[in-house]
Each structure stands twice: as C-alpha cells, then as structure tokens.
Design a protein around this ligand. Structure first.
Ligand code: AMP
Length: 751
C-alpha cells in the first residue's frame, strides 16, 4: 500500500516521517544508515552521487565536489554550483536529495511513497515554494501540500499538549535562518497561525562568525601571525568555529581550549569562555527578541499573553537562547519537541489530512495600517487557557496557516507621479485566500493591449522595499472607447493557495472568461520603481501623458492618456545639459538630460502647461529625435491634439493623424501611427523622415535660438503635458477606488 509522508527538507539536515499504521502516531523513518536525520549534503564522486553522512564527512574534510546549504538559494534560477562543468541549481540539488530521501524511506518501510507534505521556512516567498514543489516533482514525489516549518513543529507539539486558548510562540532558530510564529490553539483541535516574522539572514552561522572573530584575534595575539589576511590560516580557524560553539553549548561547559596547527609555526592553543561567547553574541539574541515583540504587537498581544514559548531549530540548543527567552517572557521555554525531528513529525501529521478550502478576504484598517481581523481566532487577553490534554487522535487536529508576506502589485498613485505597493492580501491572513480588485486600464484601438502586473510580496508602501516576485502580462484585452468614460476595468484576482504560492487571473469588465496571461522574467534593473514617475525613461517606450483637470487644477477629471513613443532612439549630438546656455534648463522650466542614447525631459513651467514641453537649442547645435508616435489614443478627448515642432518642422496631429509641415508646407500626411525622425544639423539643415523615408529637407540658418516642442492641447480643458517618460506598460494600473482603498472587491471567482 502506497503511503504519504512528511519531509523536513532542511538547510543542514533533512528528515522523513510517516504515520505509523499501528500506533497511528507520527514517527521518523530512519535512513539507510539507521539515522533519523540525513545531513543535507551531496558529494559528486567519480560519476557517483553520495548523500548524507558520508557526503558530510567528505565536505568537512574539505574534499572537492561536495555541496551543502543549497536550500539557501531555493528559487534562484542561476546555478548554485558547477560540478564537472555542469550547472546545478538549488532546485536540482534539492530534487536529487529528495529522491534519495524517498528511496531510502521506501527501502526502510518496504513500501512505495505516494505523496508527501514538505516543509519550508515560513518566510519563503512564492517563488521559493514553487521551486520546492518542482524539486519534489522531479524527484518523483507528488506534493500533497507545502507547510511552514514552525507550524509543523507546533502540530507535533500540540498533539500531545493541547491547551484550548493557548498562544504558543514558536521560536525557530536554525543554521542560517530565524522564524518566529505565534500560533493559537482554538476549539476542537484547531491550530491557527496568527502572525509570523522572519530574518533569513540570521542563524547559527552568525554565532559561528562571532566565535571565529574571537579565535582569530586570540590566535593572532598568541602567534603574531596575520591570520585574517591569509586565507589558508584563516580557513584553519574558521573551520573550527562551529565545533567550538557546540562545545561551549554543552551543559556545564564554562570554557573551551582550542588548539590549531599553523604551517611554518606549529601548534598554538587559546581559551574561549562561555561568558565571552555570550557577551559577543548578545546583540544577535536581541535581534531575535525584537522580532518576537513585533509578532506580538501585530497580533495585538503582550508578552503576558504568551502561554508558552516552543523552541525549534538546532541553534536553540545554545543555552543562551532559552535563558534569554526565560528572562523575556518570565517562563521557561518548552523543549518538549526534539528540535530536529518536530518539523518532520508535524509534516507527517499533515500528510494524513485533507487540504483546506479557500477563505474570503477579511480586512480591517487600524491607524491606516492594513491588518487582519482576528476576532475569529478568539484572540483575547481575557480568555483563560484550559488544562492540557492529549488529543485522542490525529483527526482532531487541524491547521490553518497564514500568509507570511502581504501580496500587492505596483500601481501608480492618484497623482500619477509615484509608484506604490497596492496591497491586495495583507500579511498574516489565513490561507488559502482569494481576492479580486478592479483596475482601470487605458486601451488603444491599434496596439496589442497588454497589461503588465508586477506582483509584490511585502508590506512596505515602497515597491523596492518589497520582493518583486513575478511579472505577468495580461493579453487579449479588447479596446474600449466610451468617449468621456475612458478606459476599461480589468478585474484581477490574486490567490495564495494552500502552499503559499501566488496565482493571478484577470477578466475584463463583467467577462466570465479569464484573459490569457503569460509570465515573464522580472527585469534585473527595477530601480525605476523607486524613482518618481516623472523622471522615468526606458528603452522600451516613451510616453507623453495627458492629464485633464479643471482650471483650478483641483479635481482631476481623467487620469493619463498616453501618446506612445515606442522604440525610442534619441540621438543628440551635443549635450544640452552641459551647453553654455544650459542654465536656462534649470527647474522649473523644462530642461533636458541627454547622453548618447537617451534623452529625458525634466521639470516644467506651469504657465506653459497648455503648450506642452518647450525648450530651445542653440541653432549651431546638431539635434535629432527619432521615435514611433501613436496619436490614436487621443480619441477619448475630441479636439485634443499633439503638437510637435523642431524649428522649421512642425505637425499638428489629431487622433486621425495629420500633416507634417516643413517651413509651413506639407511634406507628408501621416496616419496615427508612424515613425518620425527629424533633425537639425550643420547650422541650419532641417530634415524629416517618415517611416524610414526622407520626406523633406531645407536649409535655413538662424541666429536666434530654435524651439523644440512636444505639446498636447485640448480645447475645453486645462491640459497638462507630463514632460517625462514613464513606463507605458503599468502606467494605467490605477486602482478603481483610488490609492489605498482598503475595501476589497469581494466578487472573486473559482477556477
Ligand atoms: P537546523 O537548521 O535547525 O538544522 O540548525 C542547524 C544549526 O544548529 C547550525 O548552526 C548548528 O551549528 C546549530 N546546532 C546544532 N546543534 C547544536 C548544539 N548542540 N549547540 C549549538 N548549536 C547547534
């Protein structure tokens, strides 16, 4: 009979557990060597692949082609290592390890493994969770569910120590990561995660590094060698630090003598005391403490409301950890679970259960912050904790996990000058959960209407303080033109599934069919989302936007309507910014910053707004602009037009196109979409090219300065030309209801 297992795929160790059919309790499945834990280490040796203890010994002995701690880069597409010239990603290595764990467990049990629940750190983003699922599938495992490590540990603990209304703080300090999670034991064996925080750059390795610092200083003092500046000497000391840490962590160990043999010197011995170790690492503990307090604050609880602190992760074996937590919470932390096994045991419990259904989004706004309404959890300081009991059977225990990271998208604020994180699903919300939100999108009759969605994980307003997890492009959007009521509404549905993986769906207006969506690589340079929208310029497109408002400038009637300049090639032979007359380009009048490839307009003078961007150049300057223009998007504003001029060359274009004039005479009639090149060279030579074809040229020397103008004028409205480029693909992502609208649209849909 095929069985289900729980797998703790750890950074340092992994373990597999299942529900023993006789006892009906979770139990670790020993590996081929009879050990409950398998070091997460792989050695590639003469075409053979070795896992676990043997590979770890080789790794510690410094042998080649050994890999460890690869979980740290889960989700990265770049290779974690090259073995014999072949690249391996963290996902590839995890798949190999999982296959090994599966095969060993099958051999031990004499049975096949049908499916698995696999654990991941609570802070893992969607991409890392997806990579874990793919690694398991490559290993021939069907993934029943991904659950968070602290939750798994809490399940293993809760089975034997259930106390209704208890708030358990799971303190999980591993080798490279720290997670703190508050779980609540509710009625009827319902275990709910309330809040979780983590620091994936804080763990046992930081304690090792502090020991290393002390040892290096001490050995340098003892030997007069310059150890820190010599990689060979340094690696001798650094290789000992974890062992020394473990020795100092042993019971009643007050100091440790450390001996090392250095080439050309010989043996030296130094001593390190437990007190020194603790003094030098106190700040690290304080960092974990600060996160514990943050978790409580988010849950609206105080230290007193914590019923117990549960220790998980190998680094909680350092006595300073429980001592610190005892001082902080005034109670002895629980060490009822074996920190190395609890996670796999909890995963095994979950493997015997059905997955949960989607919940609807519940939002509450407190002091402008989005928080989850947790009344449902029965969280209150006044509820008394019931007596401890053992749950009679696994079926009495259920787990509801939460989202560790808020999920949002990059949108543009109401003023159109800043990118911000429009949060759709807040952090600490029960999952799986779905939410839909409406966005206004401005379509064009002539182009493929594609909408880019940058998915963020994190709660900061600033997109760059969040993780940009995915870029999706929604396609197949129909053009909508309703005169004054411009734009179409795209409903976007966001889901966190049971595994904490994000899914995106989109529908247009009231449509009942999902629009096609493709996933694209998130661009490497995302710094533009941190800059004001007004100074943006990209290689892909150049938009001049139109903002319509009343004359008082107060109530904006419409948002931006772009005239698209795509495939921009701006060639400029002199740099106006450094021109002797460049001073006139200072704010608030328009000035230009240009290099060999790009040109940006900055600043504008409000009094000139209804004329658009205008600046002048010295007639002896060579100047050329080349771009694609599309004026069809003016169409919702009858009477609006785009004005372009460079000295003798001018154009007045409406939504239907228009004439290009040279010194007042038409040289070409253009459709709304065309490619324009216009230049002024050789002290007065004007040239116009349309769609790659020269349509006119004329020489006219001038002593006075020459105007270059891109203007956008609308008959009945005060018009504002945004004198900048911004990202065309997300410029229209403005939330219906406005920025910071906390009311979720509730009409989600099923797949
Ligand atoms: P984990 O990621 O949970 O397997 O934890 C691994 C971390 O626990 C590593 O940094 C180990 O050095 C640390 N660790 C394991 N055992 C001990 C111990 N007895 N004393 C101190 N640290 C330990």
């Amino acid at each position: 009979m095929a069985i289900s297992v729980g797998i703790d795929l750890g950074t340092t160790f992994s373990a597999v557990a299942y529900i023993d059919p006789k006892t009906k309790l979770p139990q670790i499945i020993p590996n081929g060597e009879g050990s409950k834990l398998t070091p997460s280490v792989i050695q590639f040796l003469d075409g053979e692949v070795i896992f676990g203890g043997e590979a770890e010994d080789a790794y510690n002995a410094g042998e080649e082609d050994c890999v460890a701690t690869f979980k740290r880069e889960m989700g990265e597409t770049k290779p974690y290592c090259y073995i014999g010239g072949k690249p391996y990603t963290s996902e590839d290595l995890s798949a190999m390890l999982l296959r090994h764990l599966k095969e060993e467990a099958e051999a031990t049990l004499g049975d096949t493994i049908k499916e698995a629940v696999i654990t991941v750190p609570a802070y893992f983003y969607s991409k890392e969770r997806e990579a874990t699922i793919r690694a398991a599938e490559k290993a021939g495992l069907k993934v029943k569910k991904i659950i968070d490590e602290p939750n798994a540990a809490a399940m293993a603990y809760g089975l034997n120590h259930w106390r209704e209304n208890a708030n358990i703080l799971v303190y999980d300090l591993g080798g490279g990561t720290f997670d703190v999670t508050l779980v609540h034991m509710g009625k009827n064996g319902e275990l709910s995660t309330i809040t979780t925080r983590g620091n994936h750059k804080l763990g046992g390795r930081d304690w090792d590094a502090r020991i290393e610092d002390i040892l290096v200083a001490r050995f340098e003092n003892e030997t007069d060698l310059s150890i820190r500046n010599d990689s060979e000497l340094w690696s001798i000391v650094s290789g000992m630090s974890e062992g020394v840490k473990k020795q100092l962590s042993a019971q009643n160990m007050q100091s440790v003598k450390v001996s090392a043999t250095f080439p050309d010197y010989g043996k030296a011995t130094v001593t390190i005391t437990k007190a020194e170790f603790e003094e030098n690492t106190a700040d690290l503990l304080d960092r974990t403490g600060a996160l514990c307090l943050a978790v409580l604050e988010e849950a609206g609880l105080t230290k007193k409301d914590v019923t117990d602190v549960l220790l998980v992760g190998g680094s909680t074996r350092m006595p300073q950890v429980p001592e610190y937590l005892q001082r902080m919470f005034n109670k002895k932390p629980l060490s009822h679970v074996n920190p190395d096994e609890a996670v796999a045991l909890g995963a095994a419990i979950q493997s015997s259960k059905a997955n949960e259904d989607y919940t609807s989004l519940v939002l509450k706004v407190v002091d402008g912050k989005k928080t989850t309404d947790r009344a449902n959890f029965g969280l209150s300081s006044h509820v008394s904790v019931k007596a401890e009991r053992k749950l009679n059977s696994l079926s009495m225990l259920t787990l509801r996990e939460t989202t560790a990271h808020a999920m949002g998208i990059i949108a543009i604020n109401d003023e159109g000058n800043r990118y911000y994180n429009e949060i759709i699903i807040p952090a600490n919300h029960p999952r799986p959960v779905r939410a839909a939100k409406k966005f206004r999108f401005y379509t064009s009759p002539h182009s493929n209407n594609e909408l880019a969605i940058y998915v963020l994980q994190g709660d900061s307003e600033d997109p760059l303080d969040c993780q940009i997890t995915y870029k999706y492009v929604v396609t197949g959007i129909q053009h909508v033109n309703r005169g004054e009521k411009i734009g179409t509404v795209i409903r976007i549905q966001y889901s966190y599934d049971v595994n904490g993986v994000i899914h995106i769906q989109a529908r247009q207006e009231d449509g009942t069919v999902d629009l096609p969506i493709r996933r694209e690589e998130v661009p490497e340079d995302i710094s533009r989302f941190g800059r004001p929208v007004t100074s943006e310029n990209t290689d892909q497109g150049f938009n001049v936007g139109l903002q319509l408002g009343t004359r008082s400038g107060q109530s904006v009637v419409h948002k931006y309507k772009p005239v698209t300049f795509s495939n921009v090639k701006w060639d400029k032979y002199d740099n106006i910014a450094t021109h002797p007359s460049g001073a006139q380009f200072n704010e608030p009048t328009v000035h230009v910053i240009a290099n060999e490839e790009n040109i940006e307009f900055h600043g504008y003078n409000i009094s000139e707004m209804n004329e658009g961007v205008r600046y002048s150049i010295d007639p002896s300057d060579d100047f050329e602009i080349e771009c694609d223009i599309n004026t069809s998007t003016i169409s919702p504003h009858p009477g609006g037009y785009l004005e372009i001029s460079l000295g003798l060359i001018s154009a007045h274009l409406t939504e239907n196109g228009g004439d290009i004039l040279l010194d007042g005479a038409s040289v070409a009639t253009v459709a709304p979409r065309f490619h324009l090149r216009m230049s002024l060279t050789d002290g007065g030579q004007y040239e116009v090219e349309i769609d790659g074809r020269a349509v006119g040229s004329k020489f006219k020397a001038s002593k006075s300065r020459v105007d270059v103008r891109f203007g956008f004028v609308h008959e009945s409205h005060y018009c504002q030309l945004l004198s900048h480029a911004y990202i065309s693909d997300i410029s229209m992502m403005q939330a219906v209801g406005g920025e910071g609208d906390d009311n979720p649209d509730t009409d989600t849909w099923n797949d």
